[in-house]
Design a protein around this ligand. Structure first.
Ligand code: DPP
Ligand code: ZN
Length: 867
């Protein structure tokens, strides 16, 4: 398959001013008529050929300015598209095609889910609906008429505002939608089916009345409150924070249970995975509630950053995604505890993006090439992209960042632009030269930031030496230094808060190495670096002793948390060495002291304590080793969970009892934090050597009034050999078997179990009647959770975990290529493993690669993983 290069970008030869679409919906034979008003693009070269993309379309007719096109003017491309020669300067093109939503298991283009019609067009799904120059720099005004059986599809939704509806013969009806805003084809959407609306209203600050609706299946109306509330808060926040108002009379959301991504920001008609809409206290966890707020706000914020100003080409994806993730993170931080939100975001960045940036698929935030664009909806484009925007904001300051946003939108409204245009707007608004900063977009790999320090007793001068380097990544052997904003403070070794001292500042490390000096200090301080995680880098060079001081005393919650995590990593690596040398394992006293200190003030900030009590993940620890040892890391982490649980059983039990909240479930930060801490205690108690942890878990499982507590208890049981384990899993299944989203949790909890028989369990679950390869959520819940969330079992020495994943990828590639390609990732980490494992992982990749008819997306992931 061909590789597409960013440098090869050429403007489209033809522009589309308007699109008039008519869809006559039938499950197996939908007819799509399109009238495109086309004209030659003055900015393009003289090529006279009109190129239209198309995929899985049956062409029924083609007319140019009303006259049938002779067959010799139309070339059918091998990829399914059309090339049409000898077209005039401006003309109307009418096409009619037939497509089969029922046969569409890719879930790209128009498809059926539970008898209802949905579309997904990003990135290249519109070409599966009609022939079109399917690229984001072709922006057009759309009118959409939808026609369907009234009984099967009482609801007919399109982009923009409603513009009429009526009856047709044979029990059919129609509705028309007009979107006044020009948009790229990837934002097109249609939804039709038997859905019910949950309605609300929002008045914009300039007085526009917006009708809000969330469309769900009958019976789910009671589960939309949090999504609707999140939407309204997002709309208000964007007005207050960026002066950005909504621009249509309606904002519709439709929820679907078969969906490749989390959600999609189609203009005026967002389509959502049900996972990010539906929530009731009995069925959704606190993390689910948080996910809903995040995704609802994210898609809403796209209305300006993505839709009104869109991407010139897909290499610019982070222009909208990095910026919009930054905006949704900022929004959620503003809603509750900014500090805890930051820990979550950093945890996710480190879990997903750092390994990607160190692996075979490493790519810059603005990639240079791709084979399949769907493979570049990555943690790098999204999360690292957001970090880069965050750094830019901290470099130029909040006020100039806001001016930069205003300028960006004023300059580029209704345009398809580049990341460079965004950076230029920030530079012009602030007057800060961002030349070097642009390297963050061009260079892949996570920079490593090292610190050394020295103190001169006689003069009181303290010198911090910061140095940086970025390891080579595929195609980028040499790296240049990047500007790294290091927000910092100095802490006295006795723990005195140095935040307000002359040391509190943001240092800018621009070169490979720089010294920073501080005068007049009474004693040698401990440097508190990367406060708030001011840059997406790996920090090293602090001693265990320094980390201990920071974990106990820093005023910055991020550094306090992170220092505790780094401290634990160092001790865990030491225990791994002990284990390998067959020395007995002991609970390190320093680590125990850190826990004791946390428990002393446990409820001051329960959410923070819960985060700080959690041991670093097995992957995070293994990533710090020259060669990963998943068995040893797992054994050490399990040992520590048990040892900590045993040592602090009294305190954990007391907290677990004390933190029980009577009364109705609430989702404010305080209540969420208390549940998190309570369940962190339960998790430790479940591992404790003696005591009643498992009985507590059983009791909590049986009486829990909300899914957060129920699932936390089930998790403890699922990890254990408790006799109550099987009964609890069976009861959970029996209770929730008709709720897909809850059933997903049942699969996941078994997939991530620490038990030694998990691999066999997962293999058996893949044959369960409720497992379905065609449902992406279910695949992610079982296979994705296992491969990415259970390193000890996935890396089982037998190689059976690898084989299981490869078998799934092969089977899935025939059903849904996008989801199949996404599953390949964990096998690509073979260079991190020992030789025996690495050989087995490569053999499985090779086996996938040799499958005839492999999709180009899976081919790209597998072949790059083998390189
Ligand atoms: N819908 C996906 C997102 O919002 C892709 N645009 O990130
Ligand atoms: Zn997005």
């Amino acid at each position: 398959p061909p590789t597409i290069h960013r440098e090869d970008y050429r403007p489209p030869a033809f522009l589309v001013d308007s699109v008039d679409l008519h869809l006559a919906l039938h499950p197996a034979a939908t007819r799509v008529k399109a009238r495109l008003a086309l004209r030659r693009n003055p900015a393009a070269g003289p090529s006279g050929t009109l190129e239209l993309d198309g995929e899985a379309l049956t062409l029924l007719g083609l007319r140019l300015d009303g006259a049938p096109l002779p067959p010799d003017r139309v070339r059918h491309r091998a990829d399914g598209g059309l090339s049409i020669d000898g077209v005039p300067e401006a003309f109307a093109l009418d096409s009619e095609v037939e497509i089969s939503p029922a046969a569409n298991s890719e879930l790209s283009g128009l498809y059926l889910s539970g008898g209802n019609y949905f579309t997904q067009c990003e990135a290249e799904g519109f070409r599966r609906i009609t022939f079109f120059p399917d690229r984001p720099d072709v922006m057009a005004r759309y009118t959409t008429t939808i026609e369907a059986d009234r009984a099967a599809c009482p609801v007919l939704l399109g982009n923009g505002n409603p513009d009429g509806a009526g009856e047709l013969p044979d029990g059919r009806h129609w509705a028309r939608w007009v979107d006044p805003h020009p948009k790229p084809s990837y934002l097109f959407a249609v939804v039709a089916g038997d859905l019910v609306a949950v309605r609300d209203r929002f008045t914009t600050r300039s007085g526009r009345e917006v009708a809000l609706a969330i469309y769900v299946r009958q019976g789910d109306e009671d589960a939309c409150g949090h999504a609707m509330d999140s939407l309204k808060r997002s709309m208000a926040w964007d007005e207050q924070t960026y002066g950005l108002e909504y621009d249509l009379d309606v904002f519709n959301i439709a929820a679907v249970s078969d969906f490749n991504m989390g959600a999609m920001e189609n203009k005026g008609l967002n389509v959502f995975n049900t996972k990010y809409i539906l929530a009731r206290p009995e069925t959704a966890t606190d993390a689910d509630y948080e996910g809903i707020e995040t995704v609802v706000s994210h898609e809403y914020f796209h209305n300006w950053t993505g839709n009104r100003v869109t991407c010139r080409d897909w290499f610019q994806l982070s222009l909208k995604e990095g910026l919009t993730v930054f905006r949704d993170q900022h929004f959620t931080a503003d809603q509750g505890s900014a500090a805890v939100k930051r820990l979550w975001d950093v945890r996710r960045l480190r879990a997903a993006q750092f390994p990607e940036d160190a692996g075979p698929m490493a790519h810059p935030v603005r990639p240079d090439s791709y084979v399949e664009i769907n493979n570049f909806y990555t943690a790098t484009v999204y999360q690292k992209g957001a970090e880069v925007v965050r750094m830019m904001r901290s470099l130029i300051g909040e006020a100039d960042f806001r001016r930069g946003m205003d300028l960006y939108i004023a300059r580029h409204d209704n345009q398809a632009v580049t990341i460079e245009d965004f950076v230029q707007a920030m530079q012009d608004a602030s007057g800060v030269d961002l030349a070097r900063f642009r390297r963050w977009y061009a260079q892949a790999g996570t920079p490593e930031l090292r610190v050394r320090d020295a103190f001169d007793e006689s003069s009181g001068r303290y010198t911090l030496t910061l140095s940086q380097s970025t390891p080579p990544t595929p195609g980028q052997p040499e790296k240049l230094p990047v500007p790294i904003p290091v927000r910092m403070g100095l802490i006295g070794t006795d723990g005195t808060d140095g935040a307000e001292s002359p040391g509190a500042a943001t240092l800018l490390l621009e070169e490979a190495e720089q010294d920073f000096t501080f005068e007049g200090l009474p004693s040698k301080p401990v440097p508190s670096l990367l406060r708030g995680f001011s840059a997406p880098v790996k920090l090293s060079g602090l001693s265990l002793e320094q980390l201990g001081v920071l974990a106990a005393h820093d005023t910055d919650p991020f550094v306090r948390w992170d220092s505790g995590q780094q401290y634990a990593v160092a001790e865990m690596l030491r225990l791994v060495r002990d284990l390998r040398a067959q020395r007995p394992l002991e609970l390190p006293e320093g680590l125990a002291a850190n826990i004791a200190a946390l428990l002393e003030r446990a409820t001051d900030d329960a959410a923070f304590t819960a985060e700080a009590l959690a041991l670093p993940s097995e992957d995070f620890v293994a990533d710090q080793m020259p060669v990963a040892d998943p068995d040893a890391v797992h054994a050490v982490r399990q040992f520590l969970r048990a040892a900590i649980g045993t040592r602090f059983a009294g305190a954990f039990a007391a907290l677990h009892a004390e933190l029980t909240d009577p009364g109705p479930y609430r989702i404010d930060g305080m209540a969420i934090g208390r549940r998190a801490l309570r369940n962190a205690c339960l998790s430790y108690l479940g591992r404790a050597e003696q005591g009643d942890g498992l009985l507590r878990a059983e009791a909590q499982f049986n009486t829990a009034g909300n899914m957060t507590d129920m699932l936390a208890a089930l998790r403890v049981l699922a990890d254990s050999d408790s006799p109550a384990r099987e009964a609890a899993l069976a009861r959970f299944h029996a209770t929730w078997k008709r709720d897909d989203l809850v059933l997903d949790k049942w699969f996941t909890i078994q997939a991530v179990s620490a038990r030694t028989d998990t691999l066999q369990q997962v293999q058996a679950l893949a044959g369960h009647l409720d497992f379905d390869l065609r449902n992406p959520n279910r695949v992610r819940a079982l296979v994705g959770a296992f491969a990415a969330g259970n390193p000890a079992q996935f890396h089982h020495a037998s190689g059976e975990g690898y084989r299981f994943l490869a078998d799934t990828v092969i089977a899935l590639d025939a059903v849904n290529t996008q989801v199949a390609a996404r599953m390949v990732g964990p096998l690509g980490q073979w260079k991190r493993q020992d030789a025996a494992r690495g050989t087995m992982m490569r053999a499985e990749l090779q086996r996938i690669l040799e499958r005839p008819g492999l999709s180009k997306g899976t081919y790209e992931k597998v072949s790059k993983s083998l390189a």
